[in-house]
Write a protein that binds this ligand. Structure first.
Ligand code: G1P
Ligand code: ZN
Length: 545
């Protein structure tokens, strides 16, 4: 088949954010928009020439069209072999695993994660490198540079391939293998966790569960793992049919968006003992008990304290990492275990070096993400299995496990307030004001609390010594409470301000308060310091998690 060289004009807005390039579908549908970006990736990722590429996405609108385009550009750029998930479906953790298992040179994931989909929704594209993890900033910066100067791309003049059948095809020399999206991943989960023990939990009737796939990518994975391999209760799975628009929902597993699951778990009668949900591309998780929510930062701390009990982690863990805004609950566990706890900027890509260098076994973020060294992405279903396995071992409920943890280590009340789609200039002004202020705040007092540290967080990677600056303004008080301010790097409309607030309470007599009430004084301090009301004309956050 002929390779065509197409003349194109560069776009100036193809800068990847926290997790790849994310834009409205309409932006990706502009002439040559996707093509330019993909060609720029192949120009930087020269290792995929002659190598294996893993390709798949979360099934959102434009997934299938994008896959056909990427295949043709890959063939024209000398990729030797593509393994492609059936129907173009692969969860983000599954791509990470396939890259590692089949020693691929890299992978392309099509997803805008938890952002809404459909024709008016968001789309995204992300490149993962040979370790299975998101490409580092040094890579994405180069791709952005290429994209600003691109004048032509190469594409095979070939017919679309059938995505729905497990079969092999060729475009010129390039082999395309359509593979089952689930099996390899499910096998890996079975190696890490005690499936027999979990199965027993369901069989004996001790536990019933509800998993909400939010009409996103984890539906097929949940069916294979929870239904077929673990024989969970018959009504365990909801919203497991992946849909291009996620049925109009917002596939983000939190208390605001996973409404159906939350209603079931909070029902006056007959609620399941365990509830969980995952996001658009399957890397996030929310864990619930009966009438009980596990804060993701607590979940990471609980996993760290108990990992050695699980088959995949019985050798113990060598270290742990959390992103800056994630609560410091895990730090308390690390201290007791005598292991190092790394504090990184937001985004999974910062964990890659620490995992590769065997400095950490577990890592997580407050944004409903946790994972381990089994792959190089966060992993929603993995987290759900971790909890199920833990329940099976401890024979305790989600709430009992969490409360026992607080009792031993103290409780970190934690909340995140998001102000969405605010004017970009207002948001930048607010952050600059905080940065300026932060230099003189240390040692001063506000509402009876003394500030012990205030700065704009920057991170030096201990493995490659790369420095990442401007990662958020943090303010730490003398009673170990903390406020962090940063702007989102994944939004597609205006700017999103995230305010992260936490407070540490050791005495278990104080562990039953409502989170927003327990944090009200700090919330007021955050509002005063940021001047959110006057600068952005916002009275209340849009989303509270
Ligand atoms: C958000 C989360 C961050 C996560 C990222 C990708 O990024 O806050 O923890 O890694 O999504 O899932 P943000 O929009 O805050 O830049
Ligand atoms: Zn995601």
């Amino acid at each position: 088949m002929k390779i065509k060289t197409i003349n194109t004009s560069a776009y100036t807005d193809q800068q990847p954010g926290t997790s790849g390039l994310r834009k409205k579908v309409a932006a990706f549908q502009q002439p040559h928009y996707l093509e330019n970006f993909v060609q720029s990736i192949f120009q930087v990722a020269s290792e995929v020439k002659g190598g294996l590429l893993i390709l798949g996405g979360d099934g959102r609108f434009y997934n299938k069209q994008a896959i056909q385009i990427i295949l043709k550009i890959a063939a024209a750029n000398g990729v030797a072999h593509v393994m492609l998930g059936r129907d173009g479906i692969l969860s983000t953790p599954a791509v990470s695993h396939l890259i590692r298992k089949y020693k691929a040179a890299g992978g392309i994931i099509l997803s805008a994660s938890h952002n809404p989909g459909g024709v008016n929704g968001d789309f995204g594209i992300k490149f993962n490198i040979a370790n299975g993890g998101p490409a580092p900033t040094s890579f994405t910066d180069k791709v952005f540079e290429k994209s600003k100067n691109i004048s032509r791309y190469q594409i095979a003049d070939s017919a679309d391939i059938v995505l729905s059948e497990l079969a092999s095809y060729h475009i010129n020399e390039m082999k395309i293998e359509v593979i089952d999206s689930v099996t390899d991943y499910a096998d890996l989960m079975q190696e890490l966790f005690d499936f027999e023990k979990i199965k027993q939990l369901f069989k004996s009737g001790i536990l019933t569960m509800c998993f909400d796939a939010m009409h996103a990518v984890t539906g097929p994975y949940a069916k294979e793992i929870f239904e077929r391999r673990l024989s969970a209760n018959a009504d365990a799975l909801i919203n497991c049919q992946p849909l291009e628009d996620f049925a109009g929902g917002h596939p983000d597993p939190n208390l605001s968006h996973a409404k159906e699951l939350v209603a079931k778990m909070n029902a006056a009668q007959g609620s399941p003992g365990f509830g969980a949900a995952s996001d658009g591309d399957g890397d996030r998780n929310m864990i619930l008990g009966q009438h009980f929510f596990v804060n993701p930062s607590d979940s990471l701390a609980i996993m760290t304290a108990n990992a050695h009990l699980l088959p995949g982690y019985k050798a113990g863990i060598c270290g742990v990492a959390r992103s800056l805004p994630t609560s410091r609950a895990v730090d308390k566990v690390a201290e007791q275990l005598g292991i190092h706890c790394y504090e990184t900027p937001t985004g999974w890509k910062f964990f890659g070096n620490l995992l590769d260098d065997k400095r950490i076994t577990l890592c997580g973020e407050e944004s409903f993400g946790s994972g381990s060294d089994h792959i190089r992405e966060k992993d929603g279903i993995w987290a759900v299995l971790f909890w199920l396995n833990l329940i099976a071992i401890k024979q305790q409920s989600v709430e009992e496990i969490t409360r026992a943890h607080w009792k031993q280590y103290g409780r970190h009340y934690y909340t995140r307030h998001d102000y969405e789609a605010i004017d970009t200039d207002d948001a930048n002004g607010l952050m600059q004001n905080l940065r300026d202020k932060s230099t003189t705040l240390s040692g001063t007092s506000i509402s009876g609390l003394t500030i012990t540290l205030a700065d704009d967080f920057s991170y030096t990677d201990p493995v490659d010594n790369s420095i990442t600056t401007n990662q958020g303004v943090r303010i730490i008080f003398d009673d170990e409470s903390r406020i962090v301010f940063r702007l989102s790097g994944t939004g597609t409309e205006g700017a999103t301000l995230r305010v992260y607030i936490e407070n540490y309470v050791t005495d278990s007599a104080g562990h039953d308060d409502d989170t927003q009430t327990a944090l009200s004084k700090l919330i007021d301090i955050a509002n005063t310091l940021s001047e959110i009301k006057s600068r952005c004309k916002r009275e209340h956050p849009d989303v509270i998690t």
